[in-house]
Design a protein around this ligand. Structure first.
Ligand SMILES: [Zn+2]
Length: 91
């Protein structure tokens, strides 16, 4: 879905969400029904949260070139310091 902007003579600028490429030059205003004319604006990429963009980029990079472990950790796991920890259940 893409947000298109229309200008209604009575209501001013109105945002309308439609499928990409499904925007007509005129549209009935969703508020008053008057014919509203489409206004061409720059893409609204700034509405996407920067964290979401980073997460999508990371997911895309991981899908194309996943990082797979080829060997175990360099050092053994540290021993537990408290003696009661030895009585805890192990996986
Ligand atoms: Zn209107």
């Amino acid at each position: 879905m893409v947000t298109y902007q229309y200008r209604c003579p009575g209501c001013g600028d109105v945002d309308v969400r439609r499928p990409m490429g499904d925007a007509s030059a005129r549209l009935p205003c969703p508020h008053c029904g008057t014919a509203a004319r489409r206004v061409f604006t720059s893409p609204r990429t700034r509405l996407v949260a920067p964290g979401l963009v980073a997460a999508l980029d990371t997911a895309g990079a991981s899908a194309e070139n996943p990082q797979v472990a080829t060997r175990g950790p360099e050092r053994p796991a540290p021993r537990l310091a408290h003696p009661l920890h030895a009585r805890l259940p192990r996986p």
